[in-house]
Design a protein around this ligand. Structure first.
Ligand SMILES: C[S@@+](CC[C@H](N)C(=O)[O-])C[C@H]1O[C@@H](n2cnc3c(N)ncnc32)[C@H](O)[C@@H]1O
Length: 287
């Protein structure tokens, strides 16, 4: 468990997909609370693509699909949202959510890889991706693929995470500091792999994006009923964290929890709940 080695990209892809398949239930359980917190990111991305009736939009790595579904409401009549994800369990979760929202007429949920965008050249008006591009072995190819499927003038809007130091909600970092997990080598896909705005800009240029590039930090706040509730949610959503924790001795488990609780203490509110800062990098450009 821990980071997946990237020496062989195909092995990485298969292992990563397996983890997301297994994590889909946890993500679906956490969906509502996660979306409540991350709504400002969805709002920014949707404003950046400005969806119009009749347009075709793809959401990549959509997970349970919230951001795309909010855009989908603006594509009626005649438009279409392709809500896509590499993990079949996530696609199923998105189908269920689309039905709950009464969006079946405008949403098609299907499996798709971020690095292989399965759509015709110049066939799509906009692409959304919230926290997906940093997870793939070859983000440059993914961004080039995205540009290929967009019509001239089409829009991309995506979010990645700012560096770990600006995201104290990600408690898993403590495992490394305590020697319970190895440091992730550079250039390994993962939550913070695209946290540097200069790197994101370089990748965009390399993939052919030059017009209207915007890259900015966007702050929001995760909340939870208590530090325990936050820890449980982290375990539920991160199979790698859950796997690493499962391998710890009881004594090391206590040590880790004490360290995490100490980190979280500054975010505990008067009523015992948590309010933890998070920082995304939000990015948009025109094809
Ligand atoms: C951090 S979650 C974000 C989910 C959703 N976009 C959101 O913001 O709630 C990452 C998602 O990316 C998907 N994913 C990871 N690697 C992928 C790949 N190579 N191709 C397509 N989807 C991928 C996972 O299955 C998961 O649903």
């Amino acid at each position: 468990m821990g980071f997946i080695p990237i020496d062989d990209p195909d092995t990485f892809r298969a292992a990563s997909r397996g983890r997301w398949e297994d994590g889909a239930a946890g993500w679906t359980n956490a969906r509502e609370a996660f979306q409540r917190a991350a709504q400002p990111v969805s709002d920014w991305l949707i404003a950046a693509i400005d969806p119009q009736p009749g347009q075709t939009v793809i959401e990549l790595a959509a997970g349970p699909g919230d951001t795309g579904f909010q855009a989908a409401e603006r594509l009626r009549p005649g438009g279409k949202l392709l809500s896509t994800d590499g993990a079949l369990a996530m696609v199923e979760a998105a189908k269920t959510r689309a039905a709950e929202l009464g969006l079946e007429d405008v949403v098609e949920a299907k499996p798709m890889e971020v690095e292989w965008v399965d759509a015709g050249t110049a066939s799509v008006d906009a692409v959304l991706c919230r926290w997906g591009y940093m997870l793939v072995p070859d983000p440059e190819t993914a961004l080039r693929e995205t540009r290929r499927v967009l019509k001239p003038g089409g829009r991309i809007a995506f979010a990645v995470w700012a560096p770990a130091a600006e995201n104290p909600w990600m408690t898993g970092g403590r495992l490394v500091e305590l020697g319970f997990a190895e440091t992730t080598p550079p250039n390994t896909p993962g939550p913070f792999a695209l946290g540097d705005p200069d790197l994101v800009r370089e990748l965009l240029y390399a993939a052919g994006w030059t017009d209207d590039i915007a890259i900015e930090p966007l702050d929001f706040t995760f909340t939870a009923a208590s530090p325990d509730a936050w820890w449980e949610q982290q375990l539920d959503c991160s199979l790698s964290l859950r796997g690493l924790v499962a391998e710890l001795s009881p004594a090391d488990h206590y040590k880790l929890r004490d360290a995490v609780d100490a980190d979280l203490a500054r975010f505990v509110q008067d009523d015992g709940s948590l309010a933890i800062p998070a920082r995304a990098l939000v990015v948009s450009a025109t094809a």
